[in-house]
Design a protein around this ligand. Structure first.
Ligand code: FES
Length: 292
């Protein structure tokens, strides 16, 4: 029996938004019945270009159903660009995590979303197709997709790659090539590793301070907000004043003031400098998201 979180179980037993939208603005179909998982995602936009409805049909296990269900919840209210930023990790985090052997379901969700967005952007012309060299013939997984799951999820072993995109999980004939791809991606990562920023307590130049604030937002703050359907962007830094804008659910949340002081400001003080204070960029709030 898999060790599923309460949220996975809840979405599996009560999946939201099951079905298919008539005349959708975007359709994404990925996977295949032969491979054991398939997902069809449809969405419709409102007059402001935000996703007002999203529905799914899926064939697969409990995590495939739960993943598809939360995906539809996560993208509602987002613009196409905002939805396009979601990663498979965001989807898994939103569920409170997935067993590693089931992470491929979160990847399938992200692929369906990208396919639906591409379908929308090409006016309904483009359907999902494999791009580049196919490495795993059993599951139809390309080199590009394998590179992507390695990079985005910091994978280091062939077994992990199989868990995240199924490649290698059939006859095993592609495992050698997957190992080479891991080596290549990790070698590239090592080379491109940015120089470590000085941490709190050292004297920072203005550029270093900006970078450390951005890094703290990306690594310490954003994942928690995204897990609840929200997001945050750094708008500007003026001396010790850090100006941020809330997005998604956070932009509508009555507790935004609390989040700003007790989460955002506290983390920036912990990781960057004690003198920092945070204010919200009111100008950037979308009119229909206005609180109050
Ligand atoms: S070719 Fe990848 S498992 Fe068979």
């Amino acid at each position: 029996m898999w060790d599923y979180t309460e949220k996975v179980k809840e979405h599996f037993f009560n999946p939201r938004n099951v079905g298919e939208i008539e005349n959708p603005d975007g359709i994404g179909e990925v996977g295949s019945l032969a491979c054991g998982d398939a997902l069809k995602l449809t969405f419709k936009l409102d007059e402001n270009g935000r996703i007002k409805d999203a529905r799914f049909k899926t064939f697969g296990c409990a995590s495939a159903i739960a993943t598809s269900s939360v995906l539809t919840e996560m993208i509602k209210g987002k613009t196409i660009d905002e939805a396009g930023e979601l990663t498979n990790k965001d989807i898994a985090d939103y569920l409170g995590g997935l067993p590693e052997q089931k992470m491929h379901c979160s990847v399938m969700g992200r692929e369906a979303l990208e396919a639906a967005i591409e379908n929308y952007r090409t006016g309904g012309k483009k359907k999902h197709e494999l791009e580049g060299k196919v490495v795993c013939i059993c599951f139809g997984v390309t080199e590009k997709e394998i590179e992507r799951v390695i990079t985005e999820n910091d994978l280091t072993t062939v077994e992990q790659v199989t868990n995240y995109c199924k490649a290698g999980g059939g006859c095993g004939g592609c495992k050698g090539e997957i190992a080479k791809i891991i080596e290549k991606v990790r070698g590239r990562k090592q080379k491109n590793k940015p120089e470590a920023l000085p941490r709190k307590g050292r004297k920072l130049t203005n550029i270093q301070k900006m970078q450390l604030i951005q890094q703290t937002i990306n690594e310490q703050i954003r994942p928690a907000l995204r897990a609840h359907g929200g997001d945050i962007e750094l708008t500007d830094v003026e001396g010790n004043k850090v100006i941020v804008a809330f997005r998604g659910m956070c932009a509508q949340c009555m507790l935004a003031e609390y989040t700003m002081k007790d989460v955002v400001e506290a983390k920036l003080r912990e990781f960057v400098a004690d003198e920092l204070y945070v204010v919200e960029d009111k100008d950037s709030i979308q009119p229909h998201n206005h609180r109050g």
